[in-house]
Design a protein around this ligand. Sequence first.
Ligand SMILES: Nc1ncnc2c1ncn2[C@@H]1O[C@H](COP(=O)(O)OP(=O)(O)OP(=O)(O)O)[C@@H](O)[C@H]1O
Length: 428
Amino acid sequence: MDEKKLLQVLAEQKEEITTRRDSWVPRSEEALFEMDSSLAQVVIGVRRSGKSTICHKVLQDHGINYAYANLDDDRLMSLSVEDLNTLLLCLYQLYGTDIQYILLDEIQNVDGWHLFVNRLLRQGLHVFVTGSNAKLLSSELVTHLTGRYNEIRLYPLSFAEYCAFHQVNLQDVTTKAEAARKSAFLEYLQYGGFPELQNINNKRAYIQSLFNSIILKDIAGRFKIRHAEVLRTIANHIINNSCQEVNYKSLAENFGLNSTTTAIKYVDYLKQAFLIGLLSKHSFKSKVRLRNSKAYVIDTGFIANRENALSQENLGWRLENMVYIELLRRAAKEFDDVYYYKPSSQSKEVDFVVCRQDKAKELVQVAYEIDSTKAFNRETSALVQASDVLKCNELTLVCFDESRDEIVKGKTIHIKNALEWSLGSEKV
Ligand SMILES: Nc1ncnc2c1ncn2[C@@H]1O[C@H](COP(=O)(O)OP(=O)(O)OP(=O)(O)O)[C@@H](O)[C@H]1O
């Protein structure tokens, strides 16, 4: 690519970052960056989740001068790995040769990017990269940057961050403040946490266009999928049936795919683009874990508005999906794993098992309501049974009711109000 043209694009990108900082909401993942480390800081996550912003924010908060290139820019689409030398030359011209930090946005767009990043690391530079496709990033990271990167997973805003964004008062105990928190929580369940969406009136249109660009541009375009429409229909189906086990055979049959293998491949594409997450079944056998998984969508905003989005049934599974994302967020910070528990016998399912080094450390059940004795007994006995089998006594039941502890068959169950639970340490 022509050096002059490249310089011009990078100069315009530089202009953008100096005028862009307005009111960025702090993200909890900021704590995961290793600012002085010699490892590449790799931020991955779904499109528009704020990957680029969090990098700018941590670098600027630390008072660091850094060079920046956004490789997702249409004008840089023809860039190849050979052009990256010219890119570096241009960055030095624009930012000065004493620059120590470089931020490269959506690096996966350039094939062979790892060669360049490796070279920068060898030269002692601090490199920050972002990407929205795990497949393109991870295989390169694992093969070529072995051990020389710190991976930071970013999700759309958590409820605590959402409240910070909308300045929802978490301290006040007045009825008005409580009502404001409750309606914020319902909005959050309905529209999710994409940061950009928060100030947009036509939220459905934003979500639809984001969904389309992930499917058509990031997946179908990049992986040369001929039947993009089928992929889109499958994605919609999975999203609107989230919290359920994926049945690849019936996906293949129902959507006219020629084999179960193609269904597995398509679902994997959705996962690699972070549109969905797959939760494995808890088992000590890795085969069982791999073969059985439930699908969740990465942001509840993607779930289509049914006739009555705030009905009990619809809220129930939006809530379960939200808990899943929040558990992933927390697990990433603690290096934990999350599974679902479904014994083959008569015993009941538990929605989430949080494990540390294969040992269950918390069981989490989600239920919209536990008002009736039947519902209460159903949810608590599932926890108690699993607690015995998995030898785990940290039992949590997330629901819309008030928080309290209950003792069932000698075991303490922490019943947590969903709103409070989702705020985590930012307690009301
Ligand atoms: N912490 C934040 N506070 C306020 N707004 C934010 C924050 N993070 C992101 N945004 C807004 O959300 C939008 C998307 O952010 P950003 O470009 O950082 O996401 P991204 O994940 O890098 O996107 P892409 O995958 O498309 O490159 C931007 O308009 C940005 O201003």
